[in-house]
Design a protein around this ligand. Structure first.
Ligand code: NAI
Length: 292
């Protein structure tokens, strides 16, 4: 496959905006799409702020930063993504919503385009089944935040071709990422392990074993994790964590993946984590990250 020139990113939230930034900084033309125009405005601001931070730290030249912003275009019109060599989906973690999008992408994307999903847990094979090109559908799972985290987890669906796999891997490596490859089972590698740990941290809090601060400090200093599991859950988004636990529970059929009632209650209460100002911790006043 020829080198990719244009990337489409669907969903301009935490992940989509970071993926779009990464692609633009690495010299690709980027179309960033969201159904919510306000989300596109927020994404453009956060990309610009992040690029400026890279420039001020000397990690990116000013010229490259300006070049990247020039190569980033925002839209609410799906048709604009027709020129993309690869379209990376980063919308809500709900299978039906993603499938409806893949159906539409299949119609507007050029025949050679790869359709990738940044899903944390949903079956790539089932997303591919919504399209007429299952050999060109693949999981390309970036870590949060995409411009900084070094890993991309690639998931091959049942029909993903070698050509699609190697082209996606080459793109991740062009972004400077290390690639790991997972079979298509719920949660893949990272979230099968990570979310089970986060869910267990919620159970530890729920059953009164320890305070949130002690759980996070214990895991940071006791296991050398940069963030405690509850802080990390707030960073990821509690709604995203709950969706992933539900996929693990349904897909792997073991009660050990049953979401903690406290996680459910926080999501029901709109305590979705940092992005909503409150989750396990309250970020609306002073930041409450745990200090060593
Ligand atoms: P988010 O809630 O920050 O952003 C989602 C965006 O998608 C919103 O701007 C929303 O307006 C837009 N959207 C929803 N439906 C749409 C549609 N049909 N068409 C176009 N845009 C639509 O979500 P976030 O955290 O960026 O997650 C996105 C995906 O990335 C999910 O599949 C999630 O599981 C995955 N992911 C999330 C990580 C995290 O740490 N939050 C890490 C790795 C993957």
């Amino acid at each position: 496959m020829a080198e990719m020139k244009t990337v489409g990113v669907v969903g301009s939230g935490q992940m989509g905006s970071g993926i779009a930034q990464l692609a633009a900084v690495h010299g690709l033309d980027v179309w960033l799409l969201d159904t919510d125009p306000d989300a596109l405005i927020r994404a453009t601001k956060s990309i610009s702020t992040s690029i400026n931070r890279f420039v001020s730290k000397g990690l990116l030249s000013q010229a490259m930063g300006i070049h990247a912003m020039k190569h980033l275009r925002c839209t609410t019109n799906l048709e604009e993504l027709h020129s993309a060599d690869i379209i990376i989906e980063a919308i809500v973690e709900t299978e039906d919503v993603k499938k409806t999008l893949f159906l539409k992408l299949d119609k507007i994307a050029k025949d050679s385009a790869i359709l990738a999903s940044n899903t944390s847990s949903i079956s790539i094979t089932r997303l591919a089944s919504a399209t007429s090109r299952p050999s060109q559908v693949i999981g390309m799972h970036f870590m949060n935040p995409p411009p900084i985290m070094k890993l991309v987890e690639i998931i091959r669906g049942a029909d993903t071709s070698d050509e699609t796999f190697y082209a996606t891997k080459a793109l991740a490596e062009r972004f400077g990422k290390t690639v790991v490859c997972s079979q298509d089972y719920s949660g893949f590698i990272i979230n099968r392990i990570l979310m089970t740990m986060i869910n267990e941290a919620f159970f530890t809090l729920y059953t009164g074993v320890a305070t949130k601060e002690d759980i996070d400090t214990g895991m940071r200093l006791g296991t050398n994790h940069p963030m405690g599991p509850l802080e990390l859950a707030d960073f990821i988004g509690l709604d995203v964590c709950l969706s992933i636990m539900r996929v693990l529970h349904a897909g792997l059929g073991d009660s050990k993946y049953s979401p903690c009632p406290l996680l459910l209650q926080y999501v029901d209460a709109g305590r979705l984590g940092r992005k909503h100002g409150i989750g396990v911790y309250d970020y609306r006043t002073a930041p409450q990250t745990v200090k060593p």
